[in-house]
Design a protein around this ligand. Structure first.
Ligand code: ASP
Length: 160
C-alpha cells in the first residue's frame, strides 16, 4: 500500500489541484486564544486498501486526538500501525504522565514506536504552549504551520 507522500505515489507532471486527486489526507491542529486545542483528520485511506477497511484517521487516540491539558495531534501514515501504537494519544500520555516535551514525545512515537512496527508516516501537533512538531519517517510529508502575525511556513521533504 502507498501513502500520498511516498515517492512512488508522486508523478512529477501531475497537477496538485487536479480534482481527480482530491482523496488525499488532510489533517489540521489548532490552539486558539482561549487555550482550546483541536485536531481533525480526513483521509481517503491507503492505495489498494481492502473494501470496508477502517484506518486510524477516524479513531480518536489513534490518528487524531486533542486535549486542552496537553496536545492536539493529527496523523498520516500506515493506519494499522498508528492504531496498534495509539500514536496520537501516546504523545499526550508521554507529555501528561511522563513529563516529556512535545518534541521528545512525537519523535519517540514516529521514529521509534511506529517505525519499529514497520509503519511509515508522520504527524502534525501543537501543544498548549503553542509549540509545534511535524515529525515524519516517510520520504516526505506535505506540511505547514502559521502563527498570528507571522508568515506561514510550508514544506514537503526533510529540511537540509
Ligand atoms: N492513515 C491513513 C490510513 O491508514 C492513511 C493516510 O491518510 O495517511 O487510512
Amino acid at each position: 500500500m502507498l501513502l500520498d507522500h511516498d515517492g512512488a505515489a508522486q508523478h512529477q507532471d501531475d497537477d496538485p489541484l487536479d480534482p481527480d486527486r482530491k482523496f488525499g489526507t488532510v489533517g489540521a491542529v489548532a490552539l486558539d486564544a482561549n487555550g482550546n486545542l483541536a485536531a481533525a483528520t480526513s483521509t481517503g485511506g491507503m492505495t489498494n486498501k481492502q473494501a470496508g477497511r477502517v484506518g486510524d484517521s477516524p479513531l480518536a487516540g489513534a490518528g487524531c486526538y486533542a486535549d486542552n491539558e496537553s496536545v492536539a495531534v493529527s496523523c498520516t501514515g500506515t493506519g494499522e500501525v498508528f492504531i496498534r501504537t495509539l500514536a496520537a494519544y501516546d504523545i499526550a500520555a508521554q507529555m501528561r504522565y511522563g513529563g516529556r516535551s512535545l518534541q521528545q514525545a512525537s519523535v519517540n512515537v514516529i521514529h521509534d514506536k511506529v517505525l519499529e512496527l514497520g509503519g511509515s508516516g508522520g504527524l502534525i501537533a501543537i501543544d498548549r504552549a503553542g509549540n509545534v512538531a511535524l515529525p515524519f519517517n516517510s520520504e516526505g510529508m506535505y506540511r505547514g504551520f502559521a502563527r498570528v502575525g507571522e508568515p506561514a511556513e510550508v514544506a514537503i521533504y526533510r529540511e537540509s
